[in-house]
Design a binder for this molecule. Structure first.
Ligand code: AMP
Length: 306
């Protein structure tokens, strides 16, 4: 199975209470690709500037991510995002967003990317998400977005959402999108827009899944040392969709979806242990399975004895 992702490919400048980085590899497509690479073949699509060099490509390629559809624009500058976090690490405060090469990007997918089994439309302008969606006939398509696009391009975003199977946002974004304060009602409103699978990411508190079959919730994996939450949502999506793609996207049974939620939680928990891509880029499948088992144990409880 293969999985195509479009989204930002970025340099991030991030400050948290536990340290800072001036220029690190980031972007929704990058965090997603690295996490999903532990499960399936990933093809990343998007533009970068000529400031994006062999070291950055090497991080993706060392995880086997296919980079042929990453277009290097001569004279262009890579997408740049500057943000800081206070003690509530669930809230990123954006200080600067420079679209740079994404401002002019005209996606043209290769045949290999076009014919992938699954597609992730990572956080980027909704118009670009739609243009990629139109070129790809994947059997499972998921979309992520953020407050910026809900505020500035709501109608295009709604059109993009209507064309996908799965919407993944954080809970505040669901409320903003649907103008519905209750999450269960917000999820129902989203299903009326088109997607059959709705995933609410809730930062350190975990994630919730809504489908026609019902509701499932999983806590975050509790860690004592968290350094930088940047990319946790995309790593969650990478674990979730990477696992679904490996299992066959057409057979997304309720049980498979629950396991995908657990793998998403595991990848997100590794992401926050270090800055940027530093932790997820150097994981092993064994570490992933060990934490999956630990998460399974800590969320298990027995029938009550009466
Ligand atoms: P997350 O923490 O999972 O929500 O995603 C953080 C990543 O999203 C960072 O690596 C940023 O480069 C990227 N990002 C931030 N703002 C935007 C935006 N407006 N469009 C696309 N990507 C963004």
């Amino acid at each position: 199975m293969t999985l195509t992702v479009v989204g930002s490919i970025a340099f991030d400048a991030v400050r948290t209470p536990f340290g800072e980085r001036d220029k690190m590899l980031g972007g929704s497509a990058v965090h997603f690709s690295l996490a999903a690479s532990y499960f399936t073949t990933v093809r990343a699509v998007g533009p970068v500037g000529d400031d994006f060099g062999p070291d950055e490509f090497a991080i993706l390629e060392s995880r086997g991510v296919e980079t042929d559809d990453i277009e290097r624009v001569e004279g262009g500058k890579t997408f740049f995002w500057r943000a800081h976090y206070g003690h509530d690490l669930n809230v990123a405060h954006t200080d600067e967003t420079q679209l740079n090469v994404f401002g002019e990007f005209e996606p043209k997918l290769s045949d290999a990317s076009r014919t992938a089994d699954a597609l992730f439309l990572g956080n980027i302008q909704p118009e670009l998400q739609r243009r990629v969606r139109a070129q790809c006939d994947a059997r499972l398509v998921a979309l992520d977005s953020m407050n910026l696009w809900i505020e500035t391009t709501r109608d295009t975003l709604a059109a993009a959402i209507a064309e996908v199977d799965c919407l993944m946002l954080n809970d505040a974004e669901f409320r903003m999108l649907t103008e519905e304060p209750n999450l269960a009602r917000a999820a129902r409103a989203v299903m009326e827009m088109g997607p059959e699978i709705v995933v609410a990411k809730r930062g350190e508190y975990g994630a919730a899944l809504f489908t026609a079959d019902g509701f499932f919730a999983i806590p975050g994996y509790l860690l004592e040392d968290v350094r930088d939450p940047t990319g946790a949502g995309d790593s969650f999506a990478g674990g979730f969709l990477g696992y679904l793609d490996a299992e066959d996207p057409e057979r997304a049974s309720p049980e498979t979806l629950r396991r995908a939620m657990a793998y998403g939680t595991v990848l997100a928990s590794f992401n926050v242990e270090d800055f940027g891509t530093e932790r997820v880029a150097r994981l092993t499948r064994e570490e992933i399975e060990d934490r999956y088992e630990a998460l399974r144990r800590l969320t298990h409880f027995d029938l009550a004895v009466t």
